[in-house]
Write a new protein. Structure first.
Length: 259
């Protein structure tokens, strides 16, 4: 995996940060450098994204295996895992498969258990139009979607890092298109609850219908009890970019020693 590192060097990571679908690890740079500069943050490009390998399998289980191997190589102690959207889905499954590696979860508008028809419609739309004629059109698409409430400077930095020339003309994101389509099938699998670890769940209330259904949240409450804290935030989908102070607060709280 291609790894982005932020914060103090020469120590094992405190935080593993997992981006969402079509994203990249450097997307966490502003949060890490501005709000968590004293913490060692490890932010990989997930399989099929950015500068990590693009080959299959393009499953959540494969992502979990990649991450588990990376954490072993890093010699990481149990850490806080923060994940956004598809990355939050992976974070939950990583914690279930490797509970000793995860101290706590911070889940930002997770995408799990999607209605199959909705997942297919989104995958179809991406499959038929993965490219843009130019950067201005790509930027406008973001501004009229999940990035509508994000600082434009943060969006511009993301575009500079992640938008590349398309082999078919125009520009596109630095991702593997087949992997993106496959991921929507993975997000339509039944949602599974986190294991018994402290879990903060942030729901972006402007996203309707939500990427995590209300009944799933109710099930998690019943299973996790006091380990689950839900935060309803009036924002679009890109929670870590629009509300970095909240995300930083949750990460720091998750790192506090237990009483």
């Amino acid at each position: 995996m291609h790894l982005h590192r932020f914060g103090p060097t020469r120590r094992t990571p405190d935080v593993l940060a997992l981006h969402g679908l079509t994203g990249h690890g450097r997307r966490w740079a502003s949060l890490a450098r501005t709000w968590l500069p004293d913490l060692a943050v490890l932010a990989p490009d997930l399989r099929g994204h950015g500068r990590s390998p693009w080959g299959p399998p393009w499953t959540v289980d494969a992502q979990v295996r990649d991450l588990a191997a990376t954490l072993r190589e890093e010699g990481a102690e149990p850490l806080v895992v923060v994940g956004h959207s598809y990355g939050a889905n992976i974070a939950v499954r990583l914690a279930r498969a490797h509970p000793a590696a995860v101290r706590a979860l911070v889940l930002l508008d997770p995408a799990m258990g999607l209605e199959p028809d909705r997942a297919r419609e989104i995958a179809d739309a991406y499959l038929h139009s993965p490219d843009y004629p130019d950067a201005a059109t790509a930027r406008a698409d973001k501004l009229h979607g999940g990035w509508a409430d994000v600082d434009p400077a943060v969006l511009d930095a993301d575009i500079a890092e992640h938008l590349v020339a398309s082999p078919f003309g125009g520009v596109t994101w630095r991702v593997c298109a087949p992997a993106m389509v496959a991921a929507w099938a993975e997000m339509a699998l039944p949602a599974v609850p986190p294991p018994a670890v402290p879990t903060d769940l942030v729901r972006a209330t402007r996203v309707q219908p939500p990427f995590l259904a209300d009944q799933v949240v109710d099930q998690w409450h019943a299973q996790l009890g006091g380990l689950l804290t839900v935060h309803a935030v009036d924002c679009e989908h890109m929670v870590s970019q629009s509300h970095p102070e909240l995300v930083a607060k949750l990460v720091r709280r998750a790192l506090e020693p237990e009483d």
